[in-house]
Design a protein. Structure first.
Lengths: 232, 348
């Protein structure tokens, strides 16, 4: 029995992928890529990959091992490149570049409509109100209430100073299906909001037509949340 | 819309990486060293070059990583199912199904897809294994196309996404019915081919060398999972990279400009489903967000995506023989277009 290098190479590729999934899981980066609804995929992938890698490495000795071909090596490199990329890049989330390139949140999602009438308002509620008349009517009943909302700052050319759009992406499964939602924030204290920075806005909410406005009483910088995307 | 060009380009790119020839020669120690140095250089460049400061690069890598991290576990679940079939299902079990008349075989295969609640990335390795184990090509392909669109999770997600909308029944029933029809029709077209002409010849599976029967079943089982993952993974990486690049370069808001044009809106939504390469379990929420488009165009998006998209094209090109991708694209696109045009005529 001798070392089967081709199996060994397969084992290395699987180990690399298993490492990536465990890394994403243990460093809490799942929320940077997947929604809370699909977060179970990361531990599932980590376990299956670890099992397959262990199985492959455990059977790395065989009677007549074939050599590693160039094509095997090319395939292995192609498969390891994404692992290297995702491990090496610092954690980040979609920002202002993606705004305007993504569809605006439409209807759908699992949050019951009644959620807007009572309880704490969220950016998902705002998105739903901007999508359907029924939800907008529910939000209008709460005009003038004080809300606290987190998001990142987006500004548009020619916008008056003291205003910005508080923005979030809403995802269903992963970032690829992200849709955007924005709320205009007015009366912002000078210098309290930098583009792309994460902030927490406190203020009174006013639905005006199809637009929703927050009259800010406070804007403070916050670190990016562990789950920067909302689940729709 | 030119549905044939991009898949052909993908086919060509993958062809180069998998064609038997110089690549089948043994790799020397130098090649291993060069590959390792290249990967380490890439890691160093990404870590310290701060490419994420450039917005579009950051956007590309986030979308690329997200689609891969979502798709890979489904490929693995498919690989587990595939390995179970290979190791634990007795030889000849599927040949009996293949002896059923075609009129029964294809609808049965489509309905069997309802019991397989995973998305499209997982159904490809299972269909590949079913073909290898003797299932008729038409039935295997029908199953592969039907599973991602007819399974209960996808139906449930479509119901949730369209709940309360006036076009609820058109979209939900339309997706189920048209998906079923397209899967059976493509299976019928592919069924005319001989089984040995369907799978790609000369594919070089890193683990195809050996699973000798004297090894334990569990060792073979782990080996087949590894083999399927490594085989499918390469094509998936290429497809996902292209899809992420297009998602980064193409503002989706552009498509809204054709929403009022009857036939063009359907074609554009089919093209959008093709390039976005979304998971079939989430695409209903994205389709529902395109409120400018009518139910016919949204339905076209919902039926096209789970059957033909960029990442799937890469998987098909790597798994099946030359011409398979073209046959699936043309047949599926023609039936989806015809079906959704009828929806547009009747329901607007």
């Amino acid at each position: 029995m001798r070392w089967n290098r081709r199996r060994l190479l397969g084992g290395v590729v699987l180990t690399a992928w298993a490492s990536l999934f465990w890394f994403v899981l243990l460093t809490g980066r799942t929320g940077l890529y997947l929604s809370t609804r699909t977060a179970w995929l990361i531990p599932t992938g980590a376990v299956i990959l670890a099992f397959a890698a262990a199985g492959r490495l455990a059977s790395c000795r065989s009677a007549e091992p074939p050599p590693i071909r160039r094509i095997d090596l090319r395939g292995a490199v192609l498969l390891v490149v994404p692992v290297v990329v995702l491990l090496a890049l610092p954690a980040s989330s979609l920002g202002t570049f993606a705004l305007g390139r993504r569809p605006v949140f439409g209807v759908g999602g699992t949050a019951p409509t009644g959620g807007i009438s009572t309880g704490t308002l969220s950016m998902v509620d705002i998105a739903r109100a901007q999508a359907t008349k029924q939800d907008l009517a529910a939000l209008q009943q709460r005009a003038g209430e004080t809300v606290v909302m987190d998001g990142f700052v987006a500004t548009q050319p020619g916008e008056p100073s003291g205003e910005f759009f508080l923005s979030r992406f809403i995802i269903t499964c992963c970032v690829a299906d992200a849709t955007e939602t924005q709320v205009r924030v007015v009366d912002v204290p000078a210098g309290s909001a930098q583009a792309n920075a994460w902030v927490q806005v406190t203020g009174r909410i006013y639905p005006l037509g199809s637009q929703v406005i927050i009259d800010a009483t406070g804007v403070k910088p916050i670190p990016r949340p562990e789950n920067p995307y909302l689940t729709g | 819309m030119n549905l044939r060009r991009k898949p052909a380009a993908i086919e060509g790119a993958i062809e180069g990486a998998t064609r038997p020839g110089p690549g089948t020669r043994p790799a020397g120690a130098n090649a291993l060293v060069v590959a390792t140095v290249l990967l380490l250089s890439l890691a160093f460049m990404l870590r310290f070059g701060q490419p994420e400061r450039i917005s579009w690069i950051q956007n590309f890598f986030i979308v690329f990583g997200a689609i891969l991290l979502e798709a890979i576990p489904f490929v693995l679940i498919g690989a587990v199912a595939s390995a179970l079939i290979e190791v634990f299902v007795p030889p000849g079990a599927f040949e009996r199904i293949g002896r059923l008349p075609t009129v029964l075989q294809l609808p049965c295969a489509a309905i069997a897809g309802m019991a397989f609640p995973i998305c499209e990335c997982g159904s490809v390795p299972v269909a590949r294994r079913l073909l290898r184990r003797g299932l008729a090509p038409g039935a295997a392909v029908t199953f592969m196309l039907a599973a991602p669109i007819l399974n209960p999770i996808v139906i449930a997600s479509t119901i949730v996404a369209y709940h309360g909308r006036p076009d609820f029944w058109v979209v939900v029933l339309g997706r189920f019915t048209l998906g079923f029809m397209v899967a059976v029709a493509v299976g019928w077209v592919i069924g005319a081919r001989r089984p040995e002409d369907v799978l790609r010849k000369g594919t070089t599976d890193l683990d195809a060398d050996d699973h000798p029967p004297e090894e334990s079943r569990w060792s073979q089982f782990a080996g087949h999972i590894a083999g399927d993952f490594i085989f499918m993974g390469r094509f998936l990486v290429v497809g996902v990279a292209v899809a992420a690049a297009i998602q980064t370069a193409l503002p989706q808001t552009l498509v809204a400009k054709v929403a009022d044009l009857p036939i063009l809106s359907i074609l554009v939504m089919m093209a959008l489903a093709f390039v976005l390469s979304l998971c079939s379990e989430s695409d209903a929420f994205v389709a529902a967000s395109f409120t400018q488009f009518g139910p016919a165009a949204q339905l076209a998006f919902l039926v096209t995506g789970p059957m033909i998209d960029i990442k799937l094209s890469a998987l098909y090109a790597g798994t099946y023989s030359k011409g398979f991708l073209r046959a699936v694209l043309i047949t599926a696109a023609a039936i989806i277009l015809a079906g959704t045009l009828w929806v547009a005529v009747i329901w607007g």
